[in-house]
Design a protein. Structure first.
Length: 67
């Protein structure tokens, strides 16, 4: 690993803002389309979220990301 000491917060700000913009759209779409009765969406299958019974511990991430 090589550390780039020339990076600073101001330089990373556009990339971080873009990341949160993309994430917000995905989270809003998931919130609108996902039926919570199906469990917690963790995996994708054929480009769509799906769940597995053992993934229920991850439910907090779904709500935490929205915050």
């Amino acid at each position: 690993m090589q550390i780039d000491n020339s990076l600073d917060v101001a330089g990373l700000s556009p990339a971080v803002a873009r990341f949160f913009d993309l994430a917000a759209g995905k989270i809003l779409r998931l919130h609108a389309e996902w039926d919570p009765a199906r469990g917690t969406p963790v995996f994708t299958a054929a480009g769509k979220y799906t769940t597995r019974g053992w993934t229920e511990w991850t439910e907090g991430f779904l709500y935490g990301c929205q915050l």
